[in-house]
Design a binder for this molecule. Sequence first.
Ligand code: ZN
Length: 607
Amino acid sequence: MLLCTAPKPKYRFLVFEAWVLDDIISSPVISLSNVRGRGNGAVPTSTSDQVELGLPRAARDLLLFWCTLHAWLALTLNVDDRYRYNIRLHDLQKSQQVLAAKVDSLLTPGSPRSPVNGIPISGRETPSVQPLIDPHAASPSTSVLALGPPLPSVGSPLGSETALPTEKERERALYPSRVILTTYPDQHGIKPYPLVWGAEDPKVRGPVICSRLVSSLKHRNAIGAHSGSYSIYRALAVALGTLSPTHKPAYALTEPPFPIPPVPSWSDPTKIVSFDPWGHLVPQVFRDEMEGKNLDVRPSIAVTRAHIKLSELDEAARRGEIPIDGKIVLKSRPMLNEDRTESSADPGIELVTCKAAVEPVWYLPGVAERFGISESLLRRALFEDTGGMYPELITRPDVKVFLPPIGGLTVYIFGPPEYMRDDTKELTLRVHDECNGSDVFGSDICTCKPYLTFAIEECVRCAQRGGVGVVVYFRKEGRALGEVTKYLVYNLRKRGGDSADKYFKSTEIIAGVKDMRFQALMPDILHWLGITKIDNMVSMSDMKYNAIVQSGISILKRYDLPDHLIPPDSRVEIDAKIAAGYFTSGKKVTEADLFKTVGRTWEEADH
Ligand SMILES: [Zn+2]
């Protein structure tokens, strides 16, 4: 309940926010706004139609008692009074929970808990006081949870007598009737698992827990969900009945095939703030929590090996620029002809690589510090600009970790991974931000794919010289503006006469900014890998260079894409960047030159 004093002192406004009433009334969540009383003794005399719906008389009586009590409080106490009487939020919350339990028992008389959330779904027993969470609740019955209503059932004969649960029954089995919109510190039943970011010992650091499963809900020490934006697909799978929400992954045999061991940066809380450095070792270092304490702890990093094959590298090998060494560069096996006989054509080469996929896990105080803003401002901005999706950013200042719904990154390593931690070995690096149109589909409007393949070649050459090459691929499509914005900018550029002098301006007209990649968090991955110096950096970006150097990693040499690898239409981008101060080892471009660099217009070719 929020108590607000109106501009005119004689009015007092009660604003019942959903977070109060969602625990009293079964869904749909109701909200009473601007219920206005006048003068002492006035109480709300009516409630919305929603309140009246579906409530038995006793529940309505309880609700009326609740409203009356708090209306009286609001109307008889001014702000000073409230301070003086020291009305504490958690006292109200406790009484709210007791009331909520009573209402629940009236709504669903005598019912055992939902297997997922510990909320009554059916049965005979009536709990006297309902705790927020029941840690002893059993696992859900997959027979109810995993049956998706509309999906075709291969094995079930037509006319089967077995009644499938209705959609409403499945919803009630999956979720509580009361929607818990958010939680508060010191709330009854809430006890976050200890987490000390940057602690050297993983037992002290503690696991990151964001699960809302009943076994973990009260121990959550992180806001958000695993898998970044893919958490939405997981939600769909649960809603459709194809995934049991309590499915327990079997992590045996999934451990990394090569070690990425702790290095001093892991225990420096300022060096790694954007993901969990223990993320790939979760099943090993947090076994007690996962098995002994039945907590839902998940890896946020996965490490594996692969062979990769790129046509650009096949061509480079044919030109003799990349020798086959049998360790890093292998000759591919022969391809097949259409008639499945072995082809005599050159099959090209493939590269042996070690790689790691990393999900974002933000330690909010560290992220805020990295950007030079306050944690509260960061939390408020994240809350507002995700459509209010994570209310605990506001209500749980005690929870310092947030798993944001954004893409992560992938590391590709060429050569022995342990060389990354050995500063006597030569190291080549490319930090590449995703550009799907170019990287995958070969769009020629930018230099992204040529840069990426050139960097991989450089990494392989470095590894063949006895060093190691690293490519870090960040999911920050279109300078983190996204593809929709990017394509709108392309249209503007092409219609406006695509010249280099308008390159950045076009993006600003649409997006309001030139770039939202903000490289300040980027060096975390280098510190995690144990990199302390970079011999060769393939990049023209000053933002990347400065972020890495300022984080304490030295860069001995940097170089950009050779001119002969730049597609003609992307000269606009390159020249605009050079004129804006990006690094170049080649031609110099001034602002005055930019209007001369013009890209292809739509009229030059049929589309
Ligand atoms: Zn691009």
